[in-house]
Design a protein around this ligand. Structure first.
Ligand code: NIG
Ligand code: FE
Length: 390
């Protein structure tokens, strides 16, 4: 198998706390990484790198693990420019806008939907994302939800069934009937195509009892829970997530002290989605409060046409540092190893021997520049599974 070394890396983020300076980022200065096939086989000081078939001289630039975007909604058609315009003129964000995207998505062909996913993925890849999760949730019929998951599965293994995004407009007068559909025939049709089950637990979407019924049904069918929780208001979502050992509670914008304690003590990752607060002009989640309580925090884009139409992890890192109380080191960890934890994966999010060779070379001397130089395209090369992809 061909071996490639990336040498003379000014600053290498490994996310192995036993290495380098002993912080969670495991920073190594003047480092090298050796890739063999799709795996990382060696990291260390550049001067000690073993001989390899190919050498790429990073010439004093930084390398970080590929971003793990553990929360996106990419299977959709159309956009919501008008809603965005209205919001920027003072209208509040309402999850009801989801219905606009449901209509456009139902009307689209499989090929159109798949091409859209590919397009947003290509954008994300150019910005350093090497793993992403994506969801259904804009179909809301048995056929349209199963179709969304099949299409998502062409592009990623991290596929989430979100039939419970909102109550389908077809069931406006019968929300209980919709929950029966989501936990019955729709679940049967969707479970073979998904790894995860998600529910939007929020006023105007699904309450705590409905969310519990939906996630429990998914668990019984072999899907592991994650949840949209506490985005627009305080609510039961976070507590439910921890109780059910959900991999992640996502948004976490409105948290009581008890919610923060639960996340600090449980196994559930708190996934923060700063693109959503940016684009809906909402209150920022308080990452500092979660970190100080001992919670594992992930950062993701939430890329969707309504609340957060960005595919850029570097943008989310910059927002998290500027507005959510994270240090640059914490934000980089959360966007890489944190995302991996939110997907319960140990093979990604770290640059250590045995991990998948997902690397981002930055046109900057350190990872801090991703927050320090917001909006600047600093990603200069990307490897996924050992292959140069950007
Ligand atoms: O994560 N909160 C629910 N779902 C999405 C928004 C979807 C939409 O507005 O289309 C979110 O923000
Ligand atoms: Fe979301």
């Amino acid at each position: 198998m061909t071996t490639t070394a990336v040498t003379h890396i000014a600053s290498l983020v490994t996310n192995d706390p036993s290495l380098g300076n002993g912080t969670p980022l495991g920073l190594i200065q003047d480092a090298a990484v050796v890739i063999e096939g799709d795996r990382i086989v060696w990291t260390g000081e550049s001067s000690k790198a073993p001989a390899t078939d190919n050498v790429l001289d990073a010439a004093g630039r930084a390398v970080i693990p590929g971003f793990v975007d553990s929360h996106s909604h990419l299977v959709f058609a159309g956009d919501r420019t008008q809603e965005f315009n209205a919001r920027m003129s003072g209208q509040p964000y309402r999850a009801g806008g989801i219905r606009t995207t449901v209509a456009a998505t139902r009307a689209a062909t499989d090929e159109e939907l798949s091409a859209n996913v590919a397009r947003y993925l290509a954008e994300a890849l150019r910005q350093g994302t090497t793993t992403f999760e994506t969801k259904s949730g804009y179909g809301l019929t048995v056929e349209d939800e199963a179709r969304a998951l099949r299409i998502a599965g062409r592009h990623t293994d991290e596929v989430t069934y979100l039939g419970a995004h909102i109550v389908s407009p077809d069931y406006a007068d019968d929300p209980a009937g919709y929950v029966d559909l989501v936990t019955g025939p729709m679940l049967e049709a969707c479970a073979p195509h998904a790894r995860w089950i998600d529910v939007f637990c929020e006023q105007g979407a699904f309450d705590g009892d409905q969310a519990r019924a939906i996630l429990t049904a998914g668990l019984a069918r072999g899907l592991h829970p994650r949840i949209h929780a506490n985005q627009l208001s305080y609510g039961p979502g976070v507590q439910l997530a921890v109780e059910l050992d959900a991999a992640s509670a996502d948004h976490c914008t409105h948290l009581t002290d008890a919610d923060v304690d639960a996340l600090g003590q449980g196994n559930t990752v708190a996934t923060l989605l700063p693109g959503a607060e940016f684009s809906t002009r909402a209150t920022w989640p308080d990452a500092r409060r979660l970190l100080d309580a001992g919670a594992t925090v992930a950062l993701s884009t939430d890329c969707n046409p309504g609340s957060s139409f960005t595919s850029s992890m570097p943008f989310c890192v910059a927002l998290a540092v500027r507005d959510m109380g994270m240090t640059p080191d914490e934000a980089i960890w959360s966007a890489t190893a944190g995302g991996a934890a939110a997907l319960r994966r140990t093979d990604i999010g770290r640059i250590v021997p045995g991990a998948r060779a997902d690397l981002v070379l930055l046109d900057a001397p350190s990872h801090v520049h991703l927050a320090y130089r917001p909006g600047v395209p600093l990603v200069s090369a990307v490897w996924r599974s050992g292959e140069r992809v950007a």
